[in-house]
Ligand binder design. Structure first.
Ligand SMILES: Nc1ncnc2c1ncn2[C@@H]1O[C@H](COP(=O)(O)OP(=O)(O)OP(=O)(O)O)[C@@H](O)[C@H]1O
Ligand SMILES: O=C(O)C1=C[C@@H](O)[C@@H](O)[C@H](O)C1
Ligand SMILES: [Mg+2]
Length: 189
């Protein structure tokens, strides 16, 4: 039986790609970033896909990837920030892997993303600040995110420290094999 995948999901800009890369290196496992894979398959950047085909087309490509990754293959996967909002995507990824959800104080996310231009959902409306945009996105999504197990706070912590915590929690999950994806958010939150 192949190892379950290790799926790093979370809010936009919380370090999914960065942390998952570190984890893949530390575990010696192959790595796939969903956003990079979607851009590669489309032969276009994510902003171009959103602008030319619309968000729904992007979400359909994301859902297709989730279905492809619903079986255990021992990979480390980084999802996009909106991937696990959809219950069917969440269920597919949880069927093949352990999910960890990264989050951070939104002031810190805003600092990390201050110069980023490649996230279409963070385009500012007139007069809006990045922090306000992030807060609006978080408010709209928080209830759906809470259905994802195993939250990891990345606030004030290096990507290496976040990866280390996930490794320790993963070893514990693999030891007890007690990862019920339906049991809801971490009760310590
Ligand atoms: N723990 C951290 N501390 C400080 N900066 C970080 C941390 N993790 C990631 N970063 C920085 O924040 C930015 C966003 O990181 P990254 O692209 O890995 O986030 P993401 O969650 O994959 O974003 P997206 O939702 O767009 O896929 C990058 O500039 C990265 O170097
Ligand atoms: O939070 C989101 O919905 C997104 C996050 C990015 O990772 C990309 O998947 C895309 O920009 C959408
Ligand atoms: Mg990413």
């Amino acid at each position: 039986m192949p190892l379950r995948n290790l799926v790093i999901t979370g809010f936009v800009g919380t370090g999914k790609t960065t942390v998952a890369r570190i984890l893949a290196r530390r575990l010696g496992r192959p790595f796939l970033d969903f956003d990079e894979e979607i851009a590669r398959r489309a032969g276009r950047s994510i902003p171009e896909i959103f602008d030319q085909d619309g968000e729904a087309a992007f979400r359909a490509m994301e859902a297709a990837l989730c279905r492809e990754w619903s079986t255990p293959r021992g990979w480390v996967l980084a999802t996009g920030g909106g991937t696990c909002l959809h219950p069917a995507n969440r269920a597919a990824l949880a069927a093949g892997g352990h999910l960890f959800f990264l989050y951070a104080d939104l002031n810190e996310v805003a600092r990390r993303l201050a110069d980023a231009t490649d996230r279409p959902l963070l385009r500012l409306r007139p007069g809006e600040t990045l922090l306000e945009r992030l807060q609006a996105l978080w408010n709209a999504r928080e209830a759906a995110y809470r259905a994802i197990p195993h939250w990891v706070d990345t606030t004030g912590r290096s990507p290496e420290a976040v990866a280390e915590e996930i490794l320790q929690r993963l070893h514990e999950l693999e030891r007890t094999d007690d990862d019920d994806p339906h049991r809801g958010p971490d009760p310590t939150l």
